[in-house]
Design a protein around this ligand. Structure first.
Ligand SMILES: Cc1cc2nc3c(=O)[nH]c(=O)nc-3n(C[C@H](O)[C@H](O)[C@H](O)COP(=O)(O)O)c2cc1C
Length: 349
């Protein structure tokens, strides 16, 4: 399938997740297969326009991840258009607009999901961006702001008219945040009303569910693809397994060792690839031992692994003990030892 002129090898997409879907994580997921598109964490349009280092880091990606969509947030049409041009200049394949974030810090500035409360203004943002760039402009929204205003269908039609090349609906309202369940009937209803591709998002934690969501609405009016968020954090192989099932193959089996190796690879990539000169961080030579309490960059890596493991450990035998141990690790070497003992230790009869 295509978004504008961008070809997706599969309809399965890594959903944008702030703090989680950094370039290293996206690359590792992509390497497992089955992934048609990755979306970055949301990036501030204001930060892009001002050239703030930290913001530019969030937008970093590698060639291996292509096709890649950079998601930006903001509410000012001119700034969003300027930010879209920066994203295009960075070589991204797609620029996505966040119209789903319910967090007050974002939503209070007419950005994120509060754009859903101002559909005409939201359409102006899309139109300004679509005029400013050649790459496809896409929109990710929720069902609406609250149950009294479930206006995804109306807004989706408006942004299509304003030049959006695809739309994703997370079938919850901003007020719901993550409670209740995603309304996939609404997603299908929106898909039936639009000519551009419509993607659905929400509550796919098993590969069978991902494929089922695609098939359930697999008619001409169905969704074109599925974004998987928390399911990828629990199981980075979920898109590969969904692609297996969609192709009529049994979903690949993932061993405990492979799960452990994923975490070790992620640690290595986070440690050795990121440079933050402002805080004096530097590339550390591979293999450098560090047994002391973590500082600076190491602490950041430990916090990233803790955040991932709060999802990754779910469903694993002994997952809650793993979570507790990871949360008490104070150095990278301790983190590696904990992972080694959990995922690679020979089973004692
Ligand atoms: C930790 C976390 C961070 C998220 N950050 C973003 C974000 O930056 N932009 C966005 O559009 N959606 C974000 N989302 C929403 C997801 O993209 C997705 O739509 C939602 O989690 C529902 O899908 P799921 O049930 O597959 O997780 C985030 C979700 C989570 C759990």
């Amino acid at each position: 399938m295509n978004i504008g002129n961008v070809k997706l090898a599969t309809p399965f997409v890594v959903a944008p997740m702030a703090g989680m879907t950094d370039t290293a994580f996206r690359r590792l997921v992509k390497r497992q297969g089955g992934c048609g598109l990755v979306v970055t964490e949301m990036v501030s349009s204001e930060g892009l326009v001002r050239g703030i280092d930290r913001t530019l880091e969030y937008a970093e990606y590698t060639e291996e991840e292509r096709p890649v969509s950079i998601q930006i947030f903001g509410g000012d049409p001119e700034k969003m258009a300027a930010a879209a041009q920066i994203v295009e200049g960075m070589g991204a394949d797609i620029v996505d607009i966040n119209m789903g974030c319910p967090v007050h810090k974002i939503a209070k500035h007419s950005a994120g999901c509060s754009l859903m409360k101002q559909p005409e203004h939201a359409a102006k943002v899309v139109a300004a961006m679509a005029r400013a760039v050649k790459i496809p402009v896409t929109v990710k929204m929720r069902a609406g702001w609250n149950d009294r205003s479930r206006n995804a269908a109306e807004l989706a039609r408006m942004v299509e008219g304003a030049g959006a090349a695809a739309v994703t609906i997370h079938g919850r309202t901003a007020e719901q945040s993550y409670s209740g369940s995603a309304d996939w009937d609404l997603v299908s209803e929106v898909a039936s009303q639009l000519r551009i591709p419509v993607f659905g998002s929400g509550d796919c934690v098993e590969p069978e569910q991902v494929v089922e969501r695609l098939r359930a609405s697999g008619s001409a009016a169905g969704v074109s693809g599925v974004l998987v968020g928390r399911g990828v954090l629990r199981n980075p192989w979920i898109l590969a397994q969904a692609a297996d099932i969609a192709a009529g193959r049994p979903p690949r089996h993932v061993t405990l060792q492979e799960r452990g190796q994923f975490l070790l690879d992620y640690i290595d990539m986070l440690l050795h690839e990121r440079i933050d000169e402002r805080e004096g961080f530097r590339h550390r030579a591979p293999g450098t031992a560090d047994d002391g309490p973590a500082r600076g960059h190491d602490r950041w890596v430990i916090n990233k692994i803790r955040a991932l493991c709060s999802w990754y450990s779910k469903g694993l035998d002994g997952g809650s003990q793993l979570r507790v141990r990871i949360n008490t690790a104070v150095s990278i070497s301790e983190l590696r030892d904990i992972i080694g003992a959990f995922f690679f230790a020979p089973v004692v009869a």
